[in-house]
Design a protein around this ligand. Structure first.
Ligand code: C2O
Ligand code: CU
Length: 460
């Protein structure tokens, strides 16, 4: 079904936005009050990704990654999105707790921003950490062509880190001439997704990054890829993970020798102490076989060497779920194999389902049929069951959750906004439904999202 803007206005008339805002007030009562304003102009531009080749990418302010948006926890961020693309768009603030009407979901939060239009986003930044922004419209193509950027919210008080770098990972869908190849390929969408072929950090293939000696370094690493889970390893140095999806770990984790799986949409803070450097070059790799970045560490002068690991980052003000009183809801992530059995048949965009329902990105009425309704401030366990052999990074808007159990992996409980659900895995996440609204639950492999794996969860 094709949707009209009229339909949205009629559908949203029943929503009381002021009621939503009132319910979210508790979150927005932090002391700070500075306002940071930005303008993001979405438009195509030429970028040299591959040496001597021009790629026609899309970005914000002629940048991809777009302008880094940065302010302090408790500040208000005001962002005007100006659409100079030839198609409609929105911005979603991945991992940030914002009111529903700022969440960027077309026809649910807002009308899509048409070519030539603008939209003003404004919200208080309640959590510190690494978040990111991207369209929630035409996802495979818009993100695939380069529309995304980092949002860094600084902790209210200074941390122990003395130097930082932001690393935004993406594998572009490009041919040898730097031209885009398809982002959505039906056969792949029905399986693990279409992988790109040219990996960059901040749009540079294997960048060399200089790190100062004797510093406590914070590497903010973002995976903004459409499809790929990177298995991050760092050679020749001890490293610790301080946060996952912007949410601090109470006790930082060692970056294990077998690497850390950073799924599409996820972020980590990785800490290293540069006086620990044995060789003067460190290499960040994707599972040994692919170099991602090279760090050159300046010679060690042994002055004021930072001798100990920084303290854990301060926890964000997230409601803590109480498992003993939580109600369990099962979400079955299903795989519809009709297309594979009969490739001639037009299976449409329905390879993936959540609890037997496939989302249709063309149909506005999907948002009116939430898959689950939660009671405001009640505690829940979501049991996530993967019925296919393919992995799904499952992301939930609006409600950060605590990862608590898995039948396949050892889990150290921690907060996150995306959980990488392995093939045939069952995992449990817990949360307090403390934000009224309708929040999207979806796979961040964008072809899976576009082929059905998205649902709405309503908190009333
Ligand atoms: Cu980053 Cu609904 O997504
Ligand atoms: Cu998926």
């Amino acid at each position: 079904m094709k949707i009209s803007r009229r339909h949205f206005l009629a559908a949203s008339a029943g929503l009381s936005l002021s009621a939503l805002a009132a319910n979210n007030l508790k979150l927005f009562n932090l002391p700070n009050s500075a306002v940071k304003s930005y303008e993001l102009i979405a438009k195509p531009f030429d970028l040299e990704l591959m040496k001597d080749k021009t790629s026609q990418v899309w970005g914000y302010n002629n940048l991809s990654p777009g302008t880094v948006l940065r302010c302090k926890q408790g500040d208000t961020l005001k962002v005007r999105l100006v659409n100079q693309l030839e198609e409609q768009t929105t911005i979603h603030w991945h991992g940030m707790r914002v009111p529903l009407e700022m969440d960027g979901v077309p026809y649910l939060s807002q009308l899509p921003v048409l070519p030539g239009e603008y939209f003003n986003y404004e919200f208080k930044c309640v959590d510190a950490g690494n978040f990111w922004y991207h369209p929630h419209e035409g996802s495979t193509g818009q993100l695939g062509r380069g529309l995304y950027g980092a949002v860094i919210i600084d902790e209210a008080h200074p941390t122990d880190f003395t130097h930082e770098e932001t690393l935004i990972l993406k594998t572009w869908h490009l041919d040898a001439e730097g031209k885009f190849t398809p982002f959505y390929v039906k056969q792949n969408a029905a399986m693990e997704g279409t992988k790109g072929s040219f990996t960059t950090i901040n749009s540079i293939n294997v960048p060399t990054i200089e790190l100062p000696a004797n510093q406590i370094v914070r590497l903010r690493i973002f995976n903004v890829d459409n499809t790929i889970t990177y298995k991050l390893k760092l050679t020749d140095i001890e490293a610790k993970i301080y946060s996952v999806d912007g949410q601090p770990l109470t006790k930082p984790w060692d970056l294990a020798a077998e690497g850390f799986l950073l799924a599409a949409g996820q972020r980590i803070d990785l800490a290293i102490l540069t006086h620990h450097v044995k060789k003067q070059q460190l290499i960040l790799t994707n599972n040994d076989d692919e170099q991602l970045a090279i760090f050159n560490v300046k010679a060690n002068q042994k002055t004021n060497a930072a001798e100990k690991w920084p303290s854990p980052l301060p926890a964000n003000p997230i409601s803590i779920p109480d498992i003993s009183k939580a109600e369990t809801i099962v979400f079955n992530f299903g795989w519809v194999m009709g297309f594979l059995e009969n490739p001639e048949q037009e299976a449409g965009y329905q390879f993936w389902q959540i609890n037997d329902r496939a989302w249709d990105v063309q149909d506005i009425t999907c948002v009116e049929r939430p898959i689950a309704t939660l009671k405001h401030n009640h505690h829940y366990i979501f049991e996530l069951r993967n019925a296919s052999p393919f992995e799904h990074p499952i992301h939930l808007h609006g409600l950060p959750f605590k990862v608590i159990a898995s039948n396949k992996k050892e889990i150290i409980p921690h907060f996150a906004d995306t959980y990488l659900l392995d093939g045939f895995e069952t995992a449990k996440i817990a949360l307090v439904a403390d934000a009224v609204g309708t929040w999207m639950l979806h796979c961040h492999v964008l072809e899976h999202l576009e082929a059905g794996m998205m649902a709405a969860i309503k908190v009333v």
